[in-house]
Each structure stands twice: as C-alpha cells, then as structure tokens.
Design a protein around this ligand. Structure first.
Ligand SMILES: Cc1cc2nc3c(=O)[nH]c(=O)nc-3n(C[C@H](O)[C@H](O)[C@H](O)COP(=O)(O)OP(=O)(O)OC[C@H]3O[C@@H](n4cnc5c(N)ncnc54)[C@H](O)[C@@H]3O)c2cc1C
Length: 400
C-alpha cells in the first residue's frame, strides 16, 4: 500500500526527532513521526547534560517549564590524575544562571511525548522503518510491517542505530567504553560537576537527584541522599570495562575511589551498571535526495564534552527554521538540503573536533603531553577570556 503524503516524515521520536516535529509545527509545517518502540516502553537509564543553548530551544517550545528533576550545574571542576593542573568554571564568574543542566533521558522523552500528543502531531508508535528509498520528487519510507509512505522530505532521527544507517564518512574507534551508573558520595554535590582525565579515559560526575535513601528513612534523609547523588560516566579501555562493570558493589566503589580520588569523600552506593561503546562517527546530514539525517543519526560523539545531544537539538531547530523559511514546494529539494548542510557544518565539525581533541590529548600517559595538559589547565584557571571561550563553546557550540 502506498500512502502518498505532503507532510514531512520523521523517523524516530527520540528527543531530537520530537523536538524537530514540535519546532516544525511552530513554523507552520506539518510533520508525521514514526517511532519503532511502543508508546509505553520508552524507559532508558541514560543521563543527559544539557547546555544553556539546549535549554533555550526547549524554552521556546514550551517544554522546559514542564521538566521535573532538572539539576543545574553551577560549577565544573576539571583535573587530571597524577599530574598538576586544575581548572574551575563557575556560572557566577561567567554571569550565567548555570553552565548546564542534568536530566534523565526518560524524563525528557516523556515530556516531549506529552507535548507531541497535546500538539496533535501524528506519532505512530511501534512503527519501525526498515528501508528508505531516496527519490527526485519524494522519498519512500518502507516500514517493517510492509507499508510504504512517501514524503517530500524524510528526516532520519533514529539515533544512528537503525538499519537505515549508511557507512560513516569518518569514524574513530577510541578503544573506550563508558561504564555508567548512579553513585552516591559522602559529600553533597552542591551542583558541582567533575571531569577527571586519566590515561585510560575521562571520568565524569554529573550532579543529579537520586534514589538511594534506604527504605524507611524520613523525607529529610531522602532529600539529603538526593543531594549526594551523581550520574557517573567512567570511561575505560574496552578490555577493562566489562570487568569493572561486573565488580560487586563494594569492590566497584573502592576501585572508583582509587580511580577518581577523594574530592567528594567516599563513594557510598552504586546503582546498576551499564556499558556503552564509545566512538566518533560522522555520517553527515546529506544522506540522499529528499532525505536528511539529524542528531545521533548524523554524528555520534564521545560523551566527554557533553556535546552530542546538544548538537542534535540544534540540528533539529535549524532544520525546522529552514523549512519554515522555504517555499512549501521547495522543502526537501537539493538546494534546501545543501543550504542546511552548509549551515550546520561549522557547529557539527567544531563540536566533533573539540570532543575528539579532548579525548585524544587527555587519554594517554606521555610525560611531555601530561605537562602540556597541566599547563593548559593552569592557563584555563588563570585566564578569564580563555575560560569564557571554553564555557561559551560548551554552552552554545562552535557558533557561540
Ligand atoms: C552513555 C551515554 C551518555 C551520554 N551522555 C550525554 C550527555 O551527557 N550529554 C549529551 O549531550 N549527550 C549525551 N549522550 C548522547 C545522547 O544520548 C544522544 O546524543 C541523544 O540521545 C541523541 O538523540 P537522538 O534523538 O538523535 O537519538 P536517540 O535518543 O537514540 O533516539 C532515537 C529514536 O529513534 C527510534 N528508532 C531507532 N530506529 C528506528 C527505526 N528504524 N524506525 C523508527 N524509529 C527508530 C528509537 O527507538 C529512539 O526513540 C550520551 C550517550 C550515551 C550512550
């Protein structure tokens, strides 16, 4: 069956696909969304660090005010293990309310799902896309259920995991895997995030509400426990990651203390561990005629600088703005897609390059590099303009 439509089709109702659909509607452009998972099975334990720029986008869509459980990051402490050099970024010093925000992925997707429903945007859950056929006047999407849908523009926001993914134009395997879980520390987080570089890879602690108050404790103790909760992203070599993740809790907490140090006192509790292989894969937005890729479908980055998701949101926002500025019968044509790719290039390649630089320069044990890194951190600590530059890049991306 061929369901011919003039609406834009979005593949994937993850945060990037959902934001794209809402932003298109604000521009007066109609979009339909196909999501592989069912409406009620969207659980995901990932934690996202949102930049200030991402907050502004969610604000403009009326989503930000509805998010519960957002933890602002007001300070970031950056250090390297076994060498000199510490840099501290502070929101006060930079004159912004927060350097970033920590949010469970599941909270964001649930609120976006509700916003899509309230906006009467047509989202079909449980509709996995098996194949996308590019075309001159329209592209055709084939679902796993055997349907064919045509659209003047197909926006692929499937996180890059679908069968529709082309071979990346650039790929780097860092031989690193992220071990992620929630941990509770002896000292309260006071909204401070930590980034600690080690030769095996960076370890990050992001402050967030938690759920490790022992059963039966009073509300006061529960609130206290939340103030000591962090999302941990511990990057390890591939060969070590599964072993670390499988350690019993006590051994895991002790190994984490040795790895991270005692800045937050002891590590008291650890939640269930998950592992994610880390790599850089840049596919680019130009998939084929009448097809554009955004978010993780276009670029997958190492989480060290928290850039991946924020770049994805800017992809969605800019694509929707461009569609709004384009005549209806020119949406999805070659000129529009080339303009989109040109417009996104600096931000995407800037973010990917910045992230790749951090991973490669900080993940090794060469003595001269260790000293150079120490000097770099000291310079970052001492030079306000450099601090402002780095913070701005983290908050708003390469186009500042
Ligand atoms: C461990 C980890 C930690 C991270 N931490 C951060 C961080 O701190 N800050 C940050 O900015 N980024 C972070 N990221 C990256 C961030 O999670 C991604 O950038 C973000 O989720 C990308 O959103 P997306 O909508 O493009 O893709 P996804 O979130 O992957 O969503 C894709 C959607 O498409 C659907 N889908 C897939 N295939 C199909 C198909 N064939 N048909 C229909 N639907 C389909 C999926 O079900 C899903 O709902 C992290 C990633 C990982 C793995």
């Amino acid at each position: 069956m061929d369901e011919g439509l003039n609406d834009i089709l979005i593949v994937g109702a993850g945060p990037v696909g959902a934001v794209c659909a809402l932003a298109l509607q604000q521009q007066g452009v109609v979009a339909r969304v196909l999501e592989a998972q069912g409406a009620d099975v969207r659980a995901d334990t990932r934690t996202l660090a949102l930049s200030h720029g991402a907050r502004q986008i969610l604000d403009r869509l009326g989503v930000w005010a509805r998010l519960d459980g957002v933890t602002p990051i007001t300070r970031i402490h950056i250090s390297q293990r076994g060498a000199l050099g510490v840099a501290r970024l502070s929101a006060d010093e930079l004159g912004v309310p927060a350097l970033g925000y920590v949010l469970p992925y599941a909270v964001l997707t649930a609120v976006l799902q509700q916003a899509l429903a309230e906006s009467c945007i047509d989202v079909e859950y449980g509709a996995a896309v098996a194949r996308i056929e590019p075309g001159v006047a329209c592209a055709t999407v084939h679902t796993a259920g055997g349907r064919a849908l045509t659209a003047p523009l197909v926006v692929v926001a499937d996180g890059g995991r679908g069968d529709t993914a082309p071979v990346p134009r650039f790929e780097r395997d860092y031989d690193q895997t992220a071990v992620v879980c929630e941990v509770q520390t002896e000292l309260p987080h006071a909204n401070q995030a930590f980034e600690r570089f080690t030769p095996e890879g960076p370890a990050a602690l992001l402050p967030k509400g938690g759920r490790y108050a022992p059963q039966g404790d009073s509300d006061f103790l529960r609130a206290e426990a939340r103030e000591r909760s962090y999302a941990l992203v511990w990057t390890a070599r591939n060969v070590d990651a599964q072993r670390i993740a499988a350690l019993p809790d006590d051994a895991f907490l002790a190994a984490l203390y040795r790895h991270f140090g005692g800045r937050q006192g002891l590590f008291l509790h650890a939640g269930p561990r998950k592992t994610f292989p880390l790599k850089l894969a840049w596919t680019g937005s130009e998939a084929a005629a009448r097809v554009v890729r955004i978010g993780n479908a276009a670029q997958t980055l190492h989480p060290v600088a928290g850039q991946g998701f924020n770049i994805g949101l800017r992809d969605a926002w800019e694509l929707a703005s461009l569609c709004g500025d384009t005549l209806a019968d020119e949406i999805g044509d070659t000129a529009m897609l080339a303009a989109y790719a040109r417009g996104r290039r600096l931000d995407v390649l800037g973010g990917a390059g910045f992230t790749d630089f951090l991973v490669r320069v900080f993940s090794n044990d060469s003595a001269p590099l260790r000293q150079a890194r120490g000097l770099g951190l000291l310079a970052l600590e001492a030079l306000p303009p450099l601090k402002a530059f780095v913070a701005r890049r983290m908050m708003f991306g390469a186009r500042g």
